[in-house]
Design a protein around this ligand. Structure first.
Ligand code: HEM
Length: 443
């Protein structure tokens, strides 16, 4: 660690405005200058290791995962607002609950959710106003939120309550990002009452979820949705999750599942709008599955639409950095990682490393098709990897492929923008994404 290029507190202070706004150019500059590793030494506490190295990332997430756990950024800061669901916990608590939540996302179970997903997607896409150029983030955000909400509760009549939940989720995420980016203002956030205000909002969202769960239990209905699967999950001794734990897990599914998917949908649509030739192929594939878009899922081969989404998530990974703390001393190749090291793996930089991807900045969905370069999975981590890999990865892919198929059956997309602003918050969000939906001529 000590022989690594070190960014001093003064250098960080000098760039603080840029880092606060968007830290990615700062990371890029340091990686370009120093190679695949550098460390930032805060005035107090341990240095943070930044890396875009594929071998180290693979080791930390997969082979050597037992020696690493999530950092306090997630297990403490996020957990404050979201509770201790599988995203925000570690150790035995995480292991036990991951075992209980994971079966709900098994491919076979997802088959029964496809109908719910399709109905929710179609309902949201009804709101498209043809030929008008608009920022599509609000539409994609609602779409992704409604898909999670309907898959959990299969109840279209609770939309108002879901809107409140969405608003609280967004407001608490903004607070969290302020706390992470401006830790030196922690005292002020407490003193001004901002943290307490957001904690009260978190309580309100828990109350909403509690009522919905009560209503389900009171109705005696069986729905075969995610909530029923979580209610049926049992610890090894045969007992169910406590109400508090169940609410934690549901809150986590909302937080982890909606913004990431909305971001990926926006980036994909923007890139397709910028690449009409790619879009033509997408339209042709969507036409083949006009009456049954779900036919694109789980076929023998991968659909071209999926390749486009994967390539969009390479260029714009919604989870752009993954963090871990070393639980014990470790050695990876020649590199020694002392216990307690905080590691930030830049997925954004790893996905754009020219040494592996070649023309890394270009949008080429073929990279993920039949002719994919060998070793892609060692350099590609949109859903993470290893035991903590995204539990909703298949869910998200089903949802995104279906949304794209349904959109391109009826529309072409265009954009007046040549480039896209990005806004790295907890997830990598796009700035405004101006898109025009042009009705396609039916053949
Ligand atoms: C394009 C969409 C998505 C992306 C890019 C994404 C990405 C990720 C990544 C990278 C992780 C691992 C983080 C780490 O290792 O520290 C993760 C974890 C997780 N994701 Fe997703 N995700 C997406 C959609 C979803 C959806 C739809 C759900 C659920 C409805 C979901 C639920 C979760 C949960 C619960 C975890 C924590 C898993 C654990 O730690 O055991 N995600 N996601």
């Amino acid at each position: 660690m000590h022989d690594l290029p070190t960014i001093t507190p003064y250098q960080v202070f000098k760039s603080r405005r840029q880092i606060l706004k968007n830290p990615l150019p700062f990371h890029r500059e340091k990686f370009e200058k120093h190679g695949d590793f550098f460390r930032i030494k805060p005035p107090f506490g341990k240095a943070v290791l930044f890396t875009r190295d594929a071998q180290l990332t693979q080791h930390v997430l997969q082979k050597g995962h037992r020696k690493y756990d999530k950092s306090p950024l997630q297990t403490r800061s996020m957990a404050k607002y979201l509770g201790r669901g599988i995203l925000t916990s570690g150790g035995e608590h995480w292991r036990t609950h991951r075992r209980m939540v994971q079966p709900a996302f098994h491919r076979k179970k997802l088959q029964s959710l496809i109908g719910i997903m399709e109905t929710a997607i179609r309902a949201e896409l009804e709101r498209i106003v043809p030929r008008e150029t608009r920022d599509i983030y609000p539409l994609m955000g609602d779409l992704a939120f409604q898909v999670v909400a309907n898959s959990l509760f299969s109840r279209p009549d609770i939309r108002d309550r879901m809107e409140v939940l969405k608003d609280i989720t967004e407001r608490n995420q903004h607070m969290l990002i302020r706390e992470m980016r401006q830790p030196y203002l922690k005292w002020w956030f407490y003193l001004s009452g901002a943290i307490q205000r957001h904690l009260r909002l978190a309580e309100k969202s828990r109350g909403i979820l509690n009522t919905i769960i009560e209503e389900r239990l009171g109705s005696g209905e069986e729905k075969d949705d995610l909530l029923d699967l979580l209610l049926a999950a049992r610890y090894e001794d045969g007992t169910p999750m406590s109400r508090n734990q169940l609410i934690d897990e549901v809150l986590i599914l909302f937080s982890a599942g909606y913004e990431t998917t909305a971001n990926a949908l926006c980036f994909t649509l923007f890139l397709l709008a910028r690449h009409p030739h790619v879009q033509q192929r997408v339209c042709a594939e969507a036409d083949q599955f006009r009456d049954h878009p779900s036919g694109l899922l789980g076929r023998g081969g991968k659909s071209y639409i999926q390749c486009c989404i994967e390539e969009a998530m390479r260029l714009y990974p919604p989870v752009y950095v993954i963090d871990r703390v070393a639980l014990e001393d470790d050695t990876i190749g020649e590199r020694h990682i002392p216990k307690g090291t905080l590691i930030l793996m830049s997925i954004f930089e790893l996905h754009r490393k020219a040494a592996f991807w070649g023309d890394a900045e270009a949008f080429r969905p073929e990279r993920f098709g039949a002719d994919a370069v060998k070793g892609v999975s060692d350099h590609y981590y949109p859903f993470g990897a290893g035991p903590r890999m995204c539990v909703g990865n298949n869910f998200a892919m089903y949802e995104m492929v279906m949304a794209m198929a349904i959109i391109f059956q009826d529309y072409e997309v265009r954009t007046p923008a040549a480039t896209l602003d990005i806004n790295p918050l907890i997830s990598l969000k796009p700035g405004k994404v101006p898109i025009t939906f042009i009705p396609r001529r039916k053949t």
